[in-house]
Design a protein around this ligand. Structure first.
Ligand SMILES: *Cc1c(COP(=O)(O)O)cnc(C)c1O
Length: 391
């Protein structure tokens, strides 16, 4: 029996409703518009990786509950990747935990590490699951806003420092950053690290776009800075790097006490997931360097194609240094309200985008910004650019 006086959805989650992606994807379906809203590729990842999953299924590997921390092959491959790429050494047995995508890694980390009332500083605009996961863990989110600056967005380090209070437990960092495409520089990361050490904060860093960094930008893991290894939970995932977002194979790397804590929460969320896919992702992580550079170069070309189309159509374009999203400012088009703009765009131009305002607590700071995904086939991006030119 339910009481009619009391809402069904609890107070912690009431503000979240359904995600903007559900609304915009439904709009895309309804209008036949090109969906550049949600960030998923419209082609699958490498054939050999897909075949590896098929083989694992057929060979009966992972069809029953895999080990709680993840299959050893994948944990070993994750550790080898961190060492090969960043010189970071992690023990596959005690310092790697496989999760149901980065999403579960984020939720489990916050559920494990926060007490009710703890403050969590997150870069705003933030990935939509952060706010909900902080809320589920009983934490209080404290957004620090990335500000538009030239053709990108920047982190104001003084603002970040000023946001730390005696109740701050954790910094939730995301670089390369969705939705702005910002890649924090080595100097910025060093400052974040210094602050974390000085104020004795834990750091959860979402690095799912670690392989999608363009031009002169470089991805440097926060865990590689002095004093950070023992306080940092690094999160990544196979979804974005290998274009299999439906497999939901993610992982954390961290010091043993942090991994043990996160695992305590994770075991009661999914316990385990994606058995056969874990074997396939282990093979994917061992692909030759040419796969990673080819993937990155392909995405950079897509970025350039869509960014040029958007600029041509009259948007102000913030050139992303990473991820597969481009954020635009609609004010040069005579518009100010991104949400209204995105609701009308499918009818007006046959394209779906996402209003960045939904990723902000300070909605007004995000009002004029709109995000487009460029992880789509070239002909789809060309057609989208053609349609947008009609604006
Ligand atoms: C896509 C995305 C995730 C979720 O990754 P999954 O592995 O699909 O759960 C997490 N963080 C950011 C910033 C993302 O863009």
């Amino acid at each position: 029996m339910t009481s009619s006086a009391r809402p069904l959805l609890n107070r912690r989650l009431a503000e979240f409703g359904t995600t903007i992606f559900a609304e915009m994807s439904a709009l895309a379906l309804h209008t036949g518009a090109i969906n550049l809203g949600q960030g998923f590729p419209d082609t699958d990842g490498p054939e050999e990786v897909r075949e590896a999953a098929v083989r694992a299924l057929r060979d009966g590997r992972g069809n029953q509950y895999p080990p709680g921390p993840g299959v050893p092959e994948l944990r070993t491959a994750v550790a080898a990747h961190q060492l090969r790429r960043y010189g970071l050494s992690y023990d596959p047995d005690t310092e790697v935990l496989v999760t149901a995508g980065a999403t579960e890694a984020i939720a489990a980390s916050l559920l494990a590490l926060l007490e009710p009332g703890d403050e969590v500083i997150a870069l705003e605009p933030y990935y939509d699951s952060y706010a909900a996961s902080i809320a589920m863990a009983g934490g209080t989110r404290v957004p620090v806003t990335l500000r538009p600056d030239g053709d990108g967005f920047t982190l104001d380090l003084d603002e970040l420092r000023a946001a730390v209070t005696d109740r701050t437990r954790l910094l939730l960092i995301n670089t390369p950053h969705n939705p702005t495409g910002t890649v924090l520089t080595r100097a910025e990361l060093a400052a974040v690290a210094e602050l974390a050490v000085e104020r004795d904060l834990l750091v959860v860093t979402d690095e799912v776009y670690e392989h999608l960094v363009f031009d002169d930008a470089e991805h440097v893991p926060l865990a590689s800075f002095p004093g950070m290894r023992e306080r940092t939970v690094t999160i990544s995932s196979s979804g974005k790097t290998f274009s299999f977002t439906g497999w939901k194979v993610g992982w954390i790397t961290a010091a043993p006490p942090l991994v043990a804590a996160v695992r305590s929460a994770k075991q009661f969320l999914t316990y385990v997931s994606a058995g056969p896919f874990q074997y396939a992702v282990a093979e994917a992580l061992a692909l030759p360097e040419s796969y990673f550079t080819g993937f990155r170069d392909d995405m950079r070309a897509k970025r350039d194609l869509l960014a040029a189309g958007l600029a041509e159509a009259g948007f102000r374009v913030f050139r992303p240094a990473g991820t597969y999203f481009v954020t635009t400012d609609i004010r040069p088009l005579g518009e100010t309200d991104g949400l209204a703009f995105c609701r009308a765009l499918p009818e007006r131009a046959g394209v779906v985008a996402v209003p960045n305002a939904v990723f902000y607590d300070h909605r007004e700071a995000g009002a004029p910004f709109v995000r487009f995904a460029f992880c789509k086939r070239t002909e789809v991006l060309q057609e989208a650019a053609k349609r947008l030119a009609a604006l």
